[in-house]
Design a protein around this ligand. Structure first.
Ligand code: PSU
Ligand code: MN
Length: 338
């Protein structure tokens, strides 16, 4: 723990508090790994990574293997990975191998931690795996502008009645971090998710396409207003957003790579069949998601409910592809600032 303590003399981090004034983070409030602290203080590119994907996305040891591989891809492409999690009540930015292993073995015993859960997990000295919203919050606090994940949360189907809208979307509206993801799973309501992001003032950009991707497939039928074709395009977008102090985030949606889109297409077809069946059987409300997950699992011959979630190989392939693109964006952004 001590060797990994924040070196406050070395890296005095400042954060923009919501009223626009500068506030210094209280010493000892969070812990940066020496590698991340060093990178941030020298302007080296850093990529934040979430940890719910490790705790809740896959069983051990597959989760540990994937987490290490994703970090390796970020490194190979010139950036420093900063996996975020709360361990024993301390928000950690950048995990050691031992800490990564601990989180992976904790699995679902670690609490899924969105923004609303942060204070609670810290106050109870608990272990929290951060979702997109909580990871964005911590990344922004220490000045990390690029964050890679698989898929983000969104407006659930029937969200207009249930109000089940992921806090990832409101976080994107209030926190200036660029989130690189493969879009939103079609188990959610994609058009309403995009409407909600527009209301929140979030710039949604699609990478090398004019259409917002639907995670497992390249297409959702929804057009985006901002297209980016290179890491440089993305870096200029992020830089403009930061310089103007817009205060909101950017969602950069990277479509599934061609070589995985066949298996992605199969999963997507299963989702569509499951959605039709749910409608025919009048399964709504909070019964719908478990029904859909079970049905898709059955249709795709998966061994567990998780087959459509982060357990599937196309899911892992997507995270890795996003890590590759995200690292290149972080490198381009650092070069722009030189
Ligand atoms: N998208 C997926 N699978 C996931 C998640 C997102 O395809 O497991 C995780 C991410 O950590 C995301 C969170 O931030 O779930 C959103 O959860 P909720 O819908 O409860 O806000
Ligand atoms: Mn929810």
């Amino acid at each position: 723990m001590d060797s990994l303590r924040v070196i406050w003399e070395f890296f005095k981090c400042k954060r923009k508090v919501s009223d626009g004034s500068e506030g210094e983070i209280q010493e000892g409030l969070l812990k940066l790994s020496p590698e991340v602290a060093e990178a941030l203080s020298s302007g080296h590119p850093v990529v934040a990574l979430e940890s719910t994907i490790i705790s809740h996305g896959m069983p051990y040891p597959k989760n540990l293997k994937t987490a290490k591989e994703v970090e390796a891809i970020v490194r190979e492409n010139g950036a420093v990975p900063a996996t975020v999690a709360i361990l024993d009540g301390v928000p950690c930015i950048g995990l050691s191998t031992g800490e990564l292993e601990r989180l992976a073995t904790l699995g679902t015993k670690a609490q899924k931690t969105a923004r609303r859960d942060i204070a609670h997990v810290v106050a109870n000295r608990g272990n929290g795996a951060t979702t997109v919203s909580a990871t964005m919050f911590f990344a922004s606090m220490v000045g990390i502008h690029v964050f890679v994940t698989g898929g983000i949360g969104g407006v659930h189907r029937h969200g207009e009645q249930t109000m089940d809208i992921s806090s990832d979307l409101t976080e994107l509206g209030r926190t200036p971090v660029a989130v690189i993801s493969a879009g939103v799973k079609s188990i959610l309501d994609i058009p309403r998710t995009l409407e909600y992001l527009e209301t929140q003032g979030v710039c949604v950009a699609a990478y090398k396409t004019n259409e917002f991707p639907a995670f497992f497939t390249e297409r959702s039928g929804c057009k985006v207003h901002c297209r980016v074709d290179t890491p440089d395009d993305c870096a200029r977008l992020i830089d403009a957003n930061l310089k103007l102090k817009l205060g909101s985030g950017i969602l950069i949606a990277v479509p599934i790579p061609k070589e995985h889109s066949a298996s992605g297409g199969l999963i997507e077809s299963a989702i569509q069949i499951a959605l039709r069946e749910a409608r025919d059987k009048n399964i709504t409300g909070n019964a719908e998601t478990p029904f859909l997950l079970a049905k898709v699992n059955e249709l795709t011959g998966g061994a567990s409910l998780a087959s459509i979630d982060l357990n599937s190989s196309s899911d892992i392939a997507l995270v890795k592809n996003n890590a590759l693109v995200g690292a290149k964006i972080a490198v381009a952004l650092a070069q722009l600032k030189e």
